[in-house]
Write a protein of this length. Structure first.
Length: 567
């Protein structure tokens, strides 16, 4: 997300101005007016009640990226106003995900709970100004009085309580003298307002719950809409950037700031990131975890950043994806294929090549002596000459993929091994079919071939034309491994698009295939979690951070070499 300063884009360049997205244009205008002394200060305010997902990555790139572009600051602020659902484990995971993406919160780290006392004082101020009151109705009664978007609401019977009564009851709420659900503090705005959020919204509710930071010091907690804007104001946030779902909350955001007379933080909204074949509701993601559909928030099929990281995604690819998506004013759905393309595009340039055979079929080279092994050079990354070369063992006994051989029914478009065909073995020699063995069920168990000694890669003088090239692993040096092939978790492009259908009905039964007994070349013994590898012809892989052991490596496929989705 790094980019040059705004002046490099716009100074004397009207075309450059038109290419800048609408938030950049807003900030440019603010700077030209000298607003906030030319400061740009953003924040990323996650709730610590779950793991960050790819949608949050866009918000992170926007907030951190713009602060970086304008030489400003960005705060990390945890919106910890609901102790029932929050946990320090989520706080730690969020920190780790943001750091992994490559960002630093140079403005500092904060928690909304840091401001509980200040927010309480703000609420008292509004009560004293006659702009907030304690309502003792039930949640159901209040909801019924809210009205509808086309009809006004009805005033609460407690709306015109005296300031003294409201102050007394609010302090009693804080002191724990009233049961949970018995009363709430509401802002007194307008029960006939066209915006439902302005119809005397809740400011505080009673919750007898242990908070992960403040412990049992509080039993009343501010609502998001009351805490959010004021927290921005306390921190001096100049540009409060959030997704379009909060657009209808902006009038309330501004009402609180205006009526409290505090620093005028300004909220701006951009389209949230929606991916097809994906759900990004924390509630739904939590259900996938709790129902055992996945093996945790970091399951490689999850759209969480920890899941994508474990699967083999790179932070560079995610940042590039967010940049390609760009910023829009209207919500739309992005094809998950763009995310996969961004990963391929990055890993192609950085991933070390290696050979692995997922479904091994034994190949015997009949004109090599038993025990023959030689070491052949091969490129570590043809896209990066500085990556150098490595030597791989080649011998009489090899493993190839079982679907790289057909005993019969081949046509002119079949470029792999078959009777009467020759193929090149990657970085090695050309071999020609001799015969094959089958078991009692007619399954091929072994293929015999003849090697052409003058066909060695880099010095081929054989004159033999081999249209196909196969990957392979030498048998005596091969290492056993498990490989996990991941696909999209849902088979429907809009799993939560039908309100009358449970999104779980759209689960893809083939989202995970576990292959044991795979054979990999020796260089993969030193693989580390998070390190990208391209398995020749098979895709991009990384060592699984959870299940791999020294004796049994487990590799996750991040993505295929090209889009092979059949959904």
């Amino acid at each position: 997300m790094e980019s040059s300063t705004p002046h490099a884009h716009t100074e004397g360049n009207e075309e450059g101005k038109s290419r800048r997205h609408f938030i950049q244009q807003i900030i440019d205008a603010d700077l030209q007016e000298g607003l906030h002394g030319g400061r740009v200060h953003t924040r990323f305010p996650p709730e610590p009640n779950g793991y960050l997902h790819i949608g949050h990555a866009k918000a992170i790139c926007v907030n951190f990226g713009l602060a970086n572009e304008y030489g400003g600051k960005v705060n990390l602020r945890f919106d910890d106003t609901n102790p029932v659902k929050e946990d320090t484990a989520y706080v730690d995971a969020i920190r780790a995900d943001i750091a992994w993406l490559g960002f630093e919160w140079n403005g500092g780290e904060y928690f909304t709970s840091d401001y509980f006392e200040t927010l309480f004082d703000y609420a008292v101020r509004l009560i004293k100004d006659g702009k907030a009151y304690v309502d003792e109705q039930s949640a159901e009664e209040i909801a019924a009085q809210k009205g509808t978007p086309t009809s006004p609401g009805t005033a609460s019977p407690y709306r015109d309580r005296t300031v003294e009564s409201n102050l007394r009851l609010f302090h009693e709420m804080r002191e724990g003298k009233h049961p949970e659900g018995s009363m709430v503090l509401r802002a007194k705005i307008d029960m006939g307002h066209a915006n439902m959020h302005m119809r005397d919204p809740f400011m505080y509710r009673i919750k007898f719950a242990h908070h992960h930071r403040t412990g049992d010091a509080w039993c009343i907690y501010p609502m998001y809409d009351f805490a959010h804007g004021q927290s921005d104001s306390i921190e001096g946030i100049t540009h409060s950037l959030c997704s379009l779902e909060f657009e209808n909350h902006r009038p309330l955001y501004e009402w609180y700031i205006e009526n409290l007379g505090i620093f005028p933080s300004k909220q701006r909204e951009f389209a949230r990131l929606n991916l097809n074949y994906t759900v990004m509701s924390k509630r739904k993601l939590l259900r996938l975890v709790e129902d055992g559909v996945v093996d945790g928030w970091d399951d490689p099929r999850m759209p969480t950043l920890s899941g994508l990281r474990r699967r083999g995604y790179s932070p560079e690819s995610i940042r590039a994806f967010c940049d390609r998506v760009g910023l829009a004013k209207r919500n739309n759905i992005i094809d998950v294929g763009l995310l996969e393309f961004s990963l391929r595009d990055h890993l192609n340039s950085v991933a070390t090549r290696a050979m692995a055979v997922l479904r091994p079929l034994k190949m015997l080279i009949v004109n090599l002596p038993e025990g023959h092994v030689e070491w052949l050079p091969t490129e570590n990354n043809p896209e990066d000459p500085s990556a150098g070369m490595r030597d791989i063992p080649f011998g009489r006994e090899l493993f190839i993929e079982e679907d790289d051989f057909k005993a019969e029914e081949v046509n002119k478009k079949w470029f792999r091994l078959a009777p009467g065909r020759s193929v090149r073995l990657k970085s090695a020699y050309i071999v020609t079919y001799v015969n094959h063995l089958v078991d009692e069920h007619g399954q091929v168990t072994e293929v015999h071939v003849e090697l052409h000694p003058d066909s060695k890669s880099g010095s081929d003088t054989s004159g033999i034309k081999a249209k196909g090239t196969l990957h392979w692993v030498e048998a005596t040096h091969a290492k056993d491994a498990e490989v996990r092939l991941y696909d999209r978790l849902f088979s429907d492009p809009s799993p939560d698009g039908d309100k009358d259908r449970d999104f779980m009905e759209c689960l893809n039964p083939d989202s995970l295939e576990r292959l044991k007994g795979c054979k990999v070349e020796p260089s993969l013994v030193t693989a580390e979690a998070g390190e990208p590898w391209q398995f020749t012809r098979l895709g991009y892989f990384t060592l699984d951070s959870r299940y791999s052991t020294a004796d049994r490596p487990v590799f996750n496929r991040a993505v295929t070499l090209k889009d092979g989705w059949k959904g």
